[in-house]
Write a protein that binds this ligand. Structure first.
Ligand code: CU
Length: 115
């Protein structure tokens, strides 16, 4: 009886610990403006460079970037800022005109109107 309750306690402790340390992987879709395959590579590379991001796939058809990330390490805003830094606007972070103008011609997408 005593060993049984001890085992139960150990199990409970183990489970509560794993739930605390388990990585919470979140998947989110972010709108990122861009045009072509070169944009895709650039956007995905920038998103993946953010610590905590494990997956990033950008679709040039619907302009949606699907990211999987650990939400204890990063936020969608941080990912958007990283993407904006390489020249691509998102709804929450805008690229500077300078960075945008430095993009190859085929990558100069129609920028969303400034709010
Ligand atoms: Cu491009």
């Amino acid at each position: 009886m005593k060993t049984k309750s001890l085992m139960l306690l150990v199990c409970l402790l183990f489970f509560s610990m794993t739930s605390i340390f388990a990585n919470v992987a979140k998947a989110e879709k972010i709108k990122v403006y861009g045009n072509c395959g070169m944009c895709k590579t650039r956007i995905e590379k920038a998103a993946k460079s953010v610590q905590g991001v494990t997956k990033a796939t950008w679709d040039s058809e619907d302009l949606m970037l699907t990211v999987t990330y650990d939400d204890t390490k990063t936020t969608t805003l941080k990912i958007e800022e990283a993407v904006a830094k390489v020249g691509h606007d998102t709804d929450d972070a805008k690229a500077t005109d300078k960075t945008y103008n430095e993009l190859p011609g085929c990558c100069q997408y129609d920028r969303p109107a400034k709010k």
